[in-house]
Write a protein that binds this ligand. Structure first.
Ligand SMILES: [Ca+2]
Ligand SMILES: [Ca+2]
Length: 478
C-alpha cells in the first residue's frame, strides 16, 4: 500500500513538473539603438466631421468617445492625409512664387474636419505625420478636372503637373496649419502616398526625378519661410517596389530626415514569419544608413483591396502586427502606424463598388454603428503603444527560446518596460537584465486568445501565457 502511494505521489509530482513552465532568461543590449522611438499609432484620416460620417451618427458625443479611446490606447503618433484641392481648388494665380491669399479655401468642409482632428492631437499630445496624398485627377468638391493634376491619368491620384506650384501648395498648407492655426503637433511631413507605384505622371509613368525635384523644392521653400526646423521630412513612403527606398535614400539624402516603408507582407500562417519579418526590416534599416526608418502603414498580407481584409477580427492579425512591432524595434525600426484607427467612410459610394461604398473596414476599432468596438488588433496594439512611447530608448533583447522575443524601452516619462512575445506554450521569463542590474517587475499585462489579461508575475519573473504579447513594467531606473 505504502509503495502504491509513493508511486502515485511520484506520478503526481511528475505531472506537476511537466506542467511547470520552461524558464527563459531575457537579456537586453546595453547600448540603445541609434534612434529613439518615433511613435506607434495609426492612420487617422480626417473624415469624422465630413458628410458621409456625420449623416451616419458621428457627432460631438461620439467624437468624445473616439478621442477618449485613442488616448486610452496610448497612441503616440498618427499619420494623417491632406489633399491640395481641399484648400487650393483653383490655382491662386500664375505665379508660383507669390501667394494670392484670398484664393485659398481654409474654411472648406474637409479643412474644418481636419482642424478638429489636429486640435484633438494637440490636446492629447499625439504627434502627427501629415501626408500630402496626391494631386487628385478630379476636385472632390465638384468632380471637375483638378488644375494641379497630370492630365490623362486614369487613376484618382496623379503626380503634380508642376514642381513649383506643388511646392507652393504644400508650403501654403503647412504654414496655415502650423503657424496660423498653431498645430505644433505636426512634426513630420510626407510628400505623396506610395509614390513608388502611385506617382502617376505623363503616360501613367512613375518619374523618380520628378518626385525628387518636388521634394527638393519643398525643402528649399520650408527653409525660406523658416518652417524647416519645425518638421522632419519623412520620405520614400515605399509600398512594394523594392528599389524605391534605396533610390530615395541615395538621391534625397541631403533633404530627408527619415524614411518609411509600408508593410502588408506578412501572416502568422507563413512558416518562419518571425525570421522573415526581421530580415525584411533589417534590409530597409540598412538602406537608410544613419537615418531612421519607420513603417507608416502596417497591416497583414490578408488585405482585400484597399478597404477590407479577410482577417480583420482575428487574433492572428493582432498577433502578427504586434510581433512586427517588437521584432522591428529589435532590428532598429523606430515606429509603426497601423492602418488605421477606426472604421469610417472615405466617400459615399455604392455598397457594391468593391470598396464597401467608401467604408474603410480594416481598423483597430469598428464604426459608430458598432459602438467603436475595440478589435483584437486594438487590444494588442494598446500594449505596443504604451510599451514604446515616443522618445523612448530601445534596447533589443535576446532569449534562448525560439518562441520568445523581447525588447526593452526606457523613457523619462514611462520608465522601463519590456515588450515580449511568446509564440508557444506558457513560459516563465526571468533575469530581465540590463547592464547587470535586474529590474523588479511591477506589472505585466498580456494579450492572448482570451483578450487582455493580467499576466502572473512576481518581482523577478513573469509568466508569458501561451501565444501572447506581454507588456511588462519594471521599476529599474531609466
Ligand atoms: Ca498656386
Ligand atoms: Ca501663386
Amino acid at each position: 500500500m505504502g509503495c502504491v502511494i509513493a508511486v502515485m505521489a511520484l506520478a503526481i509530482l511528475g505531472a506537476l513538473r511537466e506542467a511547470d513552465p520552461v524558464e527563459v532568461d531575457l537579456t537586453f543590449e546595453e547600448t540603445a539603438n541609434r534612434h529613439p522611438v518615433s511613435g506607434f499609432g495609426g492612420e487617422w484620416d480626417p473624415h469624422f466631421w465630413r458628410k458621409p460620417n456625420v449623416r451616419r451618427g458621428c457627432d460631438e458625443a461620439q467624437w468624445q468617445v473616439v478621442c477618449r479611446r485613442i488616448k486610452d490606447m496610448g497612441i503616440g503618433r498618427v499619420r494623417m492625409m491632406i489633399l491640395p484641392d481641399w484648400y487650393e481648388p483653383d490655382n491662386d494665380d500664375d505665379d508660383a512664387r507669390t501667394l494670392r491669399a484670398n484664393a485659398f479655401t481654409w474654411d472648406s468642409e474637409p479643412m474644418l474636419s481636419l482642424y478638429r482632428h489636429l486640435e484633438a492631437c494637440r490636446d492629447m499630445g499625439i504627434r502627427v505625420t501629415l501626408t500630402w496624398w496626391c494631386a487628385p485627377a478630379k476636385r472632390q468638391s465638384d468632380g471637375a478636372p483638378y488644375w494641379l493634376a497630370t492630365p490623362g491619368v486614369k487613376e484618382w491620384c496623379t503626380a503634380p503637373n508642376d514642381v513649383e506650384e506643388a511646392a507652393e501648395n504644400v508650403v501654403a498648407g503647412l504654414r496655415h496649419l502650423i503657424e496660423e492655426r498653431g498645430y505644433s503637433c505636426i512634426d513630420a511631413f510626407t510628400f505623396y502616398n506610395e509614390p513608388d507605384w502611385a506617382f502617376f505622371g505623363v503616360d501613367n509613368e512613375v518619374d523618380f526625378d520628378h518626385y525628387r525635384a518636388i521634394c527638393m523644392a519643398i525643402d528649399r521653400r520650408l527653409c525660406e519661410v523658416g518652417l524647416r526646423d519645425r518638421l522632419e521630412l519623412d520620405l520614400a513612403d515605399a509600398s512594394m517596389h523594392k528599389g524605391w527606398l534605396e533610390q530615395s535614400a541615395k538621391a534625397l539624402d541631403e533633404v530627408a530626415d527619415r524614411y518609411n516603408v509600408h508593410s502588408y507582407v506578412f501572416s502568422c500562417a507563413d512558416e518562419g514569419y518571425p525570421q522573415a519579418i526581421r530580415a525584411w526590416i533589417r534590409t530597409w534599416v540598412q538602406q537608410c544608413g544613419d537615418k531612421p526608418l519607420a513603417t507608416n502603414e502596417l497591416g497583414t498580407r490578408h488585405y482585400k483591396g484597399a478597404y477590407s481584409a479577410t482577417d480583420v477580427d482575428t487574433f492572428e492579425r493582432a498577433f502578427l502586427t504586434s510581433q512586427y512591432a517588437i521584432l522591428g524595434l529589435c532590428e532598429g525600426m523606430t515606429g509603426a502606424i497601423f492602418w488605421g484607427l477606426y472604421d469610417q467612410y472615405y466617400y459615399d459610394g455604392a455598397p457594391d463598388d468593391g470598396s464597401n461604398g467608401g467604408r474603410m473596414m480594416t481598423n483597430l476599432m469598428a464604426y459608430v454603428d458598432d459602438g467603436w468596438r475595440i478589435r483584437p488588433t486594438g487590444q494588442a496594439w494598446t500594449l505596443i503603444c504604451h510599451g514604446a512611447p515616443v522618445g523612448a530608448r530601445v534596447h533589443p533583447g535576446t532569449s534562448a527560446h525560439a518562441d520568445v522575443d523581447a525588447v526593452m524601452t526606457r523613457s523619462d516619462t514611462a520608465g522601463t518596460q519590456v515588450l515580449a512575445v511568446n509564440r508557444g506554450a506558457t513560459v516563465r521569463v526571468r533575469h530581465l537584465t540590463l547592464s547587470g542590474a535586474k529590474g523588479r517587475v511591477t506589472r505585466a499585462l498580456a494579450y492572448t486568445r482570451n483578450g487582455l489579461v493580467e499576466a502572473e508575475s512576481d518581482a523577478e519573473s513573469v509568466l508569458l501565457p501561451t501565444e501572447s504579447v506581454v507588456r511588462i513594467e519594471l521599476d529599474a531606473q531609466p
